[in-house]
Design a protein around this ligand. Structure first.
Ligand code: PBG
Length: 326
């Protein structure tokens, strides 16, 4: 005789629905978008099929389509021409910066969206590093005032949330103070708390042409072997005023997502990064996996691990397929 039969709860769609532990819908998702200067451009990223670089005009059209699908959260990354890059990333706060202009246009046309920025020097740096390079070293404290200028320009342009992806020590507190002093008390901070020195950022660097010119990012991004260190970063970001904590990448770091969710009361975000999406897309495009099943299962696993918010290049495709969630 068997008293306990777990299969009883799996016998019909209705009963599986009642016993369902994890939900995912479009409000949990953030769609990363790439923007470059110009007009009428929509160029596909070869290592990330289905994802495009948009000029400001086509970007607004894309956002309009997403908003109609109920997808309201966007993180935007600029692809900057090499001729505008320099050692100190001056273009990042220049009044002519197309990224800041497009942010203004997006918030004007779609005031109800949540617009998230990227804060790091790499898209604007001739060295391709997230911080200032001096004598072959990525220096921390001298990077902070540069980031602060970038943040203030972005807050002024109307971004709702700023996303420091640079992993410099002390950046969240430094910027929170700078923002508050200038009256931007409502602008919130999505801290890249545990951002790992991962091989999974390849397609993103292709999209922005932002790979480091020399060396790697291991002296500022975290060692993939470490987990306790994520707690140190989480403590610091929380104390410094972060509004959300993020783990990046997502799938290779589900244990870290779980840990931060257990230890923190802040919302936890996970960045399902370009390489992770590219792997799945490649297998599906080869006919080895079924996208229709593998994509929602993948996103659900990130939620189940503890992510409240997921940044994913599949956000729009999820919204198209599952308007009322799963
Ligand atoms: C850089 C930045 C990176 C990503 C977001 N911001 C790449 C890097 O650190 O080299 C990667 C995102 C992705 O791969 O989807 N500041």
């Amino acid at each position: 005789m068997m008293l306990r039969r777990p299969r009883r709860n799996r016998q019909s769609t209705a009963m599986r629905g009642m016993a369902n532990e994890t939900h995912l819908n479009v409000q949990h998702l953030v769609f990363p978008l790439f923007v470059l200067d110009g007009s009428n451009i929509r160029s596909e990223i070869h290592s990330l099929p289905g994802i495009f670089r948009f000029s400001p005009d086509t970007l607004l059209q894309e956002i309009d389509k997403c908003m109609n699908l109920g997808l309201t959260n966007f993180i935007v990354f600029p692809a900057v021409a090499d001729s505008l890059k320099d050692k100190t990333a001056t273009y990042s706060w220049s009044p002519d910066n197309f990224y800041l202009k497009v942010a203004r246009d997006i918030k004007k046309r779609f005031p109800e969206c949540c617009l998230i920025s990227d804060v790091a020097m790499d898209p604007y740096s001739s060295d391709g590093h997230d911080g200032l390079v001096r004598g072959g070293e990525i220096v921390n404290d001298e990077t902070l005032p540069i980031l602060a200028k970038m943040w203030l320009a972005q807050a002024e342009a109307g971004f709702d949330m700023l996303g420091p992806s640079d992993m410099m020590d002390g950046r969240v507190g430094f910027i929170r103070k700078a923002l508050d002093e200038q009256g931007f008390t409502k602008t919130s901070i999505l801290a890249y708390t545990a951002k790992y020195a991962s091989a999974m950022y390849g397609p993103f660097r292709d999209a922005l042409d932002s790979a480091p010119k020399s060396g790697d990012k291991k002296s500022y991004q975290m060692n993939p072997a470490n987990k306790s260190e994520a707690l140190i970063e989480a403590e610091l970001d929380t104390a410094e005023g972060a509004d959300m904590l993020m783990v990046k990448p997502a799938l290779h770091y589900l244990d870290v997502i779980h840990l931060l969710k257990e230890k923190s009361n802040l919302p936890i975000a996970a960045y399902h990064v370009s390489g992770e999406c590219a792997m799945l897309r490649a297998a599906c495009n080869n006919g080895w996996l079924d996208f229709e099943r593998a994509m929602p299962e993948t996103l659900l696993s990130i939620r189940r691990a503890g992510a409240d918010v997921i940044l994913t290049y599949f956000a729009k495709e999820f919204a198209e397929r599952f308007p009322s969630g799963i």
